[in-house]
Design a protein around this ligand. Structure first.
Ligand SMILES: Nc1ncnc2c1ncn2[C@@H]1O[C@H](COP(=O)(O)OP(=O)(O)OP(=O)(O)O)[C@@H](O)[C@H]1O
Length: 264
């Protein structure tokens, strides 16, 4: 695997009135092409800040970030990064097919400017993969929350960007829907061979999905440890009932707890 993202000494300090909030400090991390990596930690440890820096939506105060050998903002302008938010953020007046195809219309300019890495996927094909083939003509308000989030994920994959950044995309869904979507996402990732950086509060979700889990600790946010998840793939729901899975979840949680104890 070659490197897609590298972060070196990355920090981000926000100014709130006269106060400074150090959201992140000293983050060193390399993410390999095709990897599924998760940023895991408690609320406020800087997971979203880190994801936004990689996306080029914000700028670090210290350190360097390289995405495909370029700055995050340039990689983003070349449409090499797809962002999948917590809520589906579909356009309410467009049907699901038009929503999923939107990026290929908008991205024509990026295509002309010669992006080297992205290759837009067929939106209808990806919608079918997430089980929405019969709902192409439906508007978002005619679908359930889980279906909307499936459409949002399909839109991200249809964009064709090699790097996908996902900020707690399942957190607003019920448990059953979440369980199903985790497996769907793994199937899509395996088929489309993307690099995914995924933010979550859930140790189970992190272990089920990831090649590596980045355990973060708060005040200021930093990497406590990066845990390899050497469980077999393809992963199915049955894996979560094995002792190996339970042990890995316990390991990841233990690292998180020790980070909290050290913080007190
Ligand atoms: N725009 C901002 N201005 C000021 N402070 C901010 C800003 N964005 C984030 N912070 C602060 O930076 C810290 C990290 O926030 P961040 O949202 O990255 O954490 P998180 O781990 O993603 O939390 P959560 O899981 O609750 O989303 C927090 O203390 C937060 O209040």
């Amino acid at each position: 695997m070659t490197d897609t993202i590298s972060l070196s000494g990355v920090g981000r300090t926000y100014t709130r009135g006269k106060k400074e909030v150090q959201a992140l400090t000293g983050v060193d991390l390399t993410i390999r092409q095709g990897e599924f990596i998760t940023l895991f930690g408690p609320s406020g440890c800087g997971k979203s800040t880190l994801l936004r820096l990689i996306a080029g939506l914000d700028t670090q105060t210290t350190g360097e970030i390289s995405v495909f050998g370029s700055t995050p903002k340039k990689a983003s302008a070349s449409k090499d990064i797809a962002w999948i938010p917590q809520s589906s953020a579909l356009l309410p007046w467009l049907d699901i097919k038009a929503n999923a195809s939107l990026s290929s219309v908008i991205n024509k300019r990026a295509d002309r400017s010669g992006s080297t890495t992205r290759s837009p996927e067929d939106a209808v094909g990806v919608l079918s993969e997430v089980g929405l083939a019969d709902f192409l003509g439906s508007r978002p308000d005619q679908l359930s929350g889980g279906m909307r989030q499936r459409a949002s994920i399909a839109r991200g994959f249809a964009q064709g960007a090699p790097l996908m950044l996902m900020d707690e995309p399942f957190s607003a869904l019920d448990e059953l829907t979440r369980d199903t979507l985790r497996i769907r996402l793994l199937e899509l990732w395996e088929h489309h061979k993307k690099t995914i950086v995924f933010v979550t509060h859930s140790a189970q979700e992190a272990v089920l999905l990831s090649d590596r889990v980045v355990v973060m600790s708060p005040r200021p946010g930093r990497i406590k440890e990066v845990v390899d998840v050497d469980l077999p793939r393809p992963r199915t729901w049955e894996l979560t009932e094995t002792p190996e899975f339970t042990a890995k979840v316990a390991e990841v949680k233990q690292i998180l707890w020790s980070a909290w104890e050290g913080d007190e």
